[in-house]
Write a protein that binds this ligand. Sequence first.
Ligand code: C2E
Ligand code: CA
Ligand code: CA
Ligand code: CA
Length: 278
Amino acid sequence: AKQKGQNHFQFYVASIDKEIRDRKLLEKDLSKALKNHELYLVYQPQVNLETGRIIGAEALIRWQHPERGLVPPDEFIPVAEANGSIVEIGQWVLEQACWQAARWASEGLALRIAVNLSAVQLRQGTIVEDILSTLARHKIPAGRLELEVTETSFMTNLADAVDKLRALHRAGISIAVDDFGTGYSSLTYLKQMPVQHLKIDKQFIRDLLVNEEDTRIANTIIDLGRSLNLTVVAEGVETAEQEYYLKQRGCKLAQGYYFSKPLPAREFETFVQSFHQK
Ligand code: C2E
Ligand code: CA
Ligand code: CA
Ligand code: CA
């Protein structure tokens, strides 16, 4: 038994060792991804449930690695946050999203673009100026940009996060709390944060109408949004039943595979046109 335990331990150490090596390799590849043009954005439509119109899109990053294939953001974003490269990647995302929004505007497609802002980016001293100058460079009205932040953004330095988000909001940018309901002390932060939108995390939408708890949580967030005068966005909507329920329950915006997967810019444009012709 002892022998077996020891082997098991060695196996365990070896697997941690491999994990560290894998992570180092991923980090090394990621450091080259930007200049090798391996990163690109896809856009997922956000639909107004009352009018049935697409009002905007969330920009989501993709990494097409030459050998690894498509690396999911859930794998590389945490690595980029840990080593700080998210600052550069995040700036690129913002730049790219604004460029795209300007292009769409020039083609008569006036859509709001939602960009995910990491807590690490928000901690940067120059983030407010960086965002405002990017908007100005692309001549995008601030009202066209929405920033999605998670509750972790408020946790390290609440006063600093409040100041920065206030400044961004004063300039006309809207702020959404992403993954709402999955973090800590949501209500305390909500009171202080200059936020206008709540995004119900997709984990509560997945089993909506199947799991009673999830249905109650979604209802609670919708009611909370109404009483605090915040727009509620449901993410991860996959079925007609979910869409119908959310709509009649008073949730204003939704996104999810039921409408469309996140699409490359050109496909997104075609999708919007055909969606609005229906
Ligand atoms: P998120 O911001 O919560 O984004 C929602 C995720 O749900 C996206 O995964 C989206 O593709 C996926 N999704 C959309 N509709 C459905 C649906 O109907 N069903 C299901 N099961 N999933 C759906 P994705 O694109 O893999 O992104 C994962 C996470 O990576 C994002 O979660 C966000 O936290 C992060 N991320 C993505 N792009 C960026 C970025 O540009 N910057 C930063 N900082 N983080 C990003
Ligand atoms: Ca998001
Ligand atoms: Ca989310
Ligand atoms: Ca997330």
